[in-house]
Design a protein around this ligand. Structure first.
Ligand code: ADE
Length: 232
């Protein structure tokens, strides 16, 4: 898949994508990521990308022209993307089902805003999906764009070493993960649960299932709620 990122602060995105799973996904050709500097699409001596809000108020607003120009250039070079995603705290909550769905796209464009926001005409005319990574406000969309890229890149075929490991992640089946242990079997008097060393795979699976349900009930009871039960 191809991912184009348009950012006011592109270096925040360029560093981290070289490393770990996302770096490997690019090395393997599973994901091609290009990070575009919004300022390079701005006109004038100062290449201004933001301006004061009409009607007053705090903070600067990203101007429409550089964003329209950047997305036009990406569409001219690579065709119509599956989604143009704007990262914003008032977007749709990002979760594993959304990551799964987006991982099947061939081409995503991510727009990472900064300052107070982006001119609404960009959102009305260009953006097809608005995404929030959580109920807190960050200084810009660059870190949320990295979060989305990581979640989507690791789902590309051949990227994870163990082909089944994405399937056993927390949330893939709606439950949190069971605890994991490695050697030594005893450390500072703390023992690994004996069942994990028993070699009894049926017992291990049963233990993991029980612990996962218990942990989910304690930490994230919302994940166990039956959506069908939520009637008017
Ligand atoms: N930009 C600033 N905060 C954000 C958030 N929580 N999610 C997505 N984009 C953002």
């Amino acid at each position: 898949m191809r991912i184009d990122v348009i950012a006011a602060l592109p270096d925040i995105v360029r560093g981290p994508i070289q490393h770990s799973i996302v770096g490997r996904a690019q090395d393997k050709g599973a994901v091609e990521i290009e990070v575009h500097d919004l300022r390079e699409f701005a006109e004038g001596k100062h290449r201004q990308i933001d301006d004061y809000p009409f009607g007053g108020g705090a903070g600067m607003v990203l101007k429409p022209e550089p964003i329209f120009a950047s997305i036009d250039a990406i569409k001219d070079a690579h065709g119509e993307p599956d989604e143009v995603i704007f990262l914003t705290p008032d977007g749709e909550p990002f979760d594993q089902p959304m990551a799964n769905r987006l991982s099947m796209a061939e081409h995503l464009v991510l727009l990472a805003g900064h300052y107070k926001g982006v001119d609404q005409r960009v959102r009305d005319e260009l953006v097809t999906l608005e995404v929030s990574i959580g109920d807190y406000v960050l200084s810009g969309g660059e870190l949320p764009a990295l979060v989305l890229i990581d979640a989507v890149a690791r789902l590309q075929p051949g990227v994870l070493g163990d082909a089944s490991s994405a399937l056993t992640d927390s949330f893939q089946d709606g439950l949190l993960d069971a605890p994991v242990y490695t050697r030594p079997a005893e450390y500072r008097g703390l023992r690994v649960p004996p069942v994990l060393r028993s070699g009894n795979h049926a017992a291990i699976t049963e233990w993991r299932d029980t612990v996962r349900i218990e942990k989910t009930r304690r930490r994230r009871p919302d994940l166990l709620e039956d959506p069908a039960a939520e009637t008017g």
